[in-house]
Design a protein around this ligand. Structure first.
Ligand code: DCP
Ligand code: MG
Length: 455
């Protein structure tokens, strides 16, 4: 994951559990196609898998709050939202008027901070499409962005709000199409195959219904790709962004997929891309033209076979609808590096807040855990983790703070710190822990992540 400076991100470790690809259709009143198609036989239906990804997600959520910014270059990053930042300014400028959060949409444009003159090392989490025209977007440094588009408006991040809308749009989807795989804050896979209406126009009709339902409920737009499998659907959802739908059929492989850069395959990262390039392979078509054995010889048996299959658009992975978290963590990258001794008070406060946040996540989701760990990243980017397993399950902030504090004592703290994280693993549903069903519950949960692989 990329650094999100001064932004606390949460990482929910997940392990796939049950695969639900059942053939029955569920009647959902929100889906107008449900009644007419529920009895159709399923045996001959081709697999239709959708990937749905929200457009400029964090920025779009901010624009719900500040609709006066629509169409303008806006970037999100640089710090956490403090309630009433802008309202405070407004109250000073116009004390004759009452200002409350009901007036956010009335804040004049010149009250919003601009990128111009930004100093610091924050990075952009996302940018509106108007801002992207200036070459700025996710992971670009704010100082660099300030040079490219000084007039862009800079807004801080508000994860609580993004999580709220994330839950909302996913609830709308499962109401219509229940086989949904959660892939993070703004993206999901959906199995359209047996959903009433899911085969119409190869999935376009259902995709349109989802877009419309999400927009009507939240005011947010998304893009959808529908294809025979997850691999192709993921690529397709990017074809017509924002607010677009793309349909990929098996026959479209040569025309729509092979001209793309190998990097567009989800799973080919910068390292694999560089290696492929060193062999003269730039496009997916060029990859497909290589012999499978040649790929296996050069990339290993497993990766070679996977590269071959992926380049031919083959992917059998099912849509996984249920998953259990194996750990929950919160981490934060500091605005400027902190030293364990010299910045003890500030670090202590941040540490306590992280513990409280993890505890809050656990309690909200109904989990307890008994492995408590910390993660540190130093100014030279070295990462150190420490953890310990205690004799009981907890989701209590003070307990987590106590054991995380003991972990911290075991870490080398000479160098300045860039990042601090707190994690609770070996999770169990709180009710199972309470009922003493530990063994039974453990058997039902996936195996734990290997130790040492924190975060
Ligand atoms: N995000 C982030 N840092 C990154 C990439 C993304 O914090 N380097 C956050 C902000 C995004 C959200 O995750 O809003 C979703 O990521 P996407 O890659 O889907 O980007 P967007 O939804 O912002 O834009 P797009 O319309 O391209 O999907
Ligand atoms: Mg997105």
């Amino acid at each position: 994951m990329l650094d999100r400076t001064a932004a606390t991100s949460w990482v929910l470790g997940r392990a796939a559990a049950t695969i639900v690809a059942s053939l029955y259709c569920r009647l959902r009143f929100r889906n107008p196609y449900a009644a007419s198609e529920v009895n159709t036989t399923t045996a001959t239906r081709p697999r239709r898998i959708a990937h749905l990804d929200m457009d400029a997600f964090y920025a779009s959520v901010e624009l719900l709050r500040y609709p006066q910014l629509k169409g303008l270059p806006v970037v999100i990053g640089g710090g956490r939202r403090r309630e009433d930042d802008l309202l405070g300014k407004l109250r000073v400028a116009h004390p004759e008027q009452e200002w409350s959060s009901a007036h956010l949409h009335q804040i004049p444009l010149d009250f919003f901070p601009r990128l111009a003159g930004y100093t610091g090392r924050g990075v952009i989490t996302t940018a509106t499409y108007a801002a992207r025209q200036f070459g700025i977007g996710s992971a670009v440094g704010l100082m660099k962005a300030a040079k490219l588009c000084p007039q862009a408006i800079l807004l801080p991040v508000d994860f609580d709000q993004y999580r709220h809308y994330s839950r909302r749009f996913k609830a709308i989807i499962t109401d219509i199409a229940p086989l949904m795989e959660d892939r993070g804050v703004d993206e999901v896979y959906i199995d359209f195959t047996d959903v009433p209406g899911g085969q119409r126009e190869a999935g376009r009709v259902l995709a349109r219904l989802l877009q419309k339902s999400i927009f009507e409920d939240t005011g947010l737009t998304c893009s959808v790709g529908v294809a025979p499998n997850k691999l192709l659907a993921k690529m397709a959802s990017e074809f017509n962004k924002p607010n677009g739908i793309s349909i990929v059929l098996e026959d479209d492989l040569k025309t729509k997929i092979w001209p793309l850069a190998c990097r567009k395959i989800n799973g080919i990262g910068p390292k694999a891309e560089a290696k492929l390039k060193s062999h003269g392979i730039e496009t997916i078509g060029q990859l497909a033209a290589r012999d499978q054995q040649w790929l296996m010889d050069h990339f290993g048996e497993r990766s070679g076979a996977w590269l071959h299959a992926a380049s031919h658009g083959q992917d059998e992975r099912p849509v996984v609808t249920t998953s259990e978290p194996v750990n929950m963590s919160r981490e934060t990258t500091f605005e400027s590096d902190l030293h364990a001794v010299r910045d003890r008070a500030e670090l202590g406060a941040i540490f306590t807040r992280l513990c409280e946040q993890v505890a809050g996540d656990l309690q909200r989701k109904g989990y307890v855990g008994k492995t408590i760990g910390i993660k540190l990243r130093f100014d030279d980017f070295q990462i150190v983790t420490r953890d310990q397993t205690i004799g009981y399950f907890t989701s209590d902030a003070q307990e987590i703070r106590r054991f995380a504090g003991q972990c911290l004592k075991r870490a080398p703290l000479q160098k300045r710190l860039r990042l601090l994280g707190v994690r609770v693993g070996a999770l169990l549903k709180a009710e199972d822990a309470k009922a003493g069903n530990e063994d039974a519950a453990r058997a039902a949960l996936p195996a734990h992540e290997p130790t040492g692989q924190l975060f």
